[in-house]
Design a protein around this ligand. Sequence first.
Ligand code: SF4
Length: 361
Amino acid sequence: MSDKLKEARQYLMNYSGPGLRVMEVCGTHTHEIFRLGLRQLLPDQVKVISGPGCPVCVTPADYIDEAVWLGLEKGVTLCTFGDLVRVPGSEKSLAAARAEGARVQVVYSPADAVDYAAAHPETQVVFLSVGFETTVPASCFALEKAEREGVDNFSLLTANKTMPQAYQALKGTADVFLYPGHVNAITGTGLCRKLAEEEGISGVVAGFTARELLTAFVVILKKYEEGKPFFVNAYPRVVKEEGSPAGLAMMDHYMEACDAEWRGLGTIAGSGLKLRDQYAAFDARIRFAVPKMEARTNPACRCGEVLKGACLPTDCPVFGKGCTPLHPVGACMVSGEGACSAYYQYGGLLEKKGRSDKNED
Ligand code: SF4
């Protein structure tokens, strides 16, 4: 460990300033902070809470219901990333639908789904487009590819979301947000800077290595002690002020803002992305006249509260009992980026340190 890292580590361990709640809004951060043992370094007055940073976790059950309906009632081939397959819908997951005959194809990129559609012209292929600004450009690229190659048996079922509106909706639940570096790599820093200047919402953009996360936490604690709202980009090697102009242009060409339903947070105005009218032919909801679904979730599951930092995964009565990564009850236990999955995988580390990591505020 370099001298600088040792110094940062020491600073965090010896911090004696005011208490605060830091919310990670990125599933990768949640897991890396656990894996690197950062929670154990922090003094008790610094609480790290998880927010709605896992795209699969914030996708509501009625989206899964729509996909299940398309697979079973319309006989389309559903192309999806693997972590969505076991997320429970109101009655069944995609895995259960597959057991009943639905065609569910795991792909590694939206472009793979276009290739699959081109190779299987006898079937309609729907890509399940779930994710934040990080992954939306790839869905748009797939549309461009489908247009260019004349693949007309391809469409998207969208549940894409944008993060800044979620930060606004979560104002007050945390003192500082740890912003996801890969989202800001696309969006740039302007929106987060504006949140600090106009809304008093503090945050720091962080990378994902031990050095980058340690640096981000040192910046958070030092700036918080100054007592004023702040924004700092602590991931400058990747995140630029302007973001990714090419990615933003691609999103703007195909998509426009809409209201979106977030598991746990409800409907947040302007926080979603839908296809523009001129691309309605690629919209699976329109192409197949998908009916409105009325979602039901397991009453035992507290994913909604976990996702807004209102409770810890370990506060859920079925955590580690009825709900495990092998037999998940809620979305937060399914995804590799989910908070419940992280607590299940690494929670023992907290117990070894002799503290519960309770959010007492
Ligand atoms: S432990 Fe399972 S049921 Fe409970 S909140 Fe997490 S995912 Fe939902």
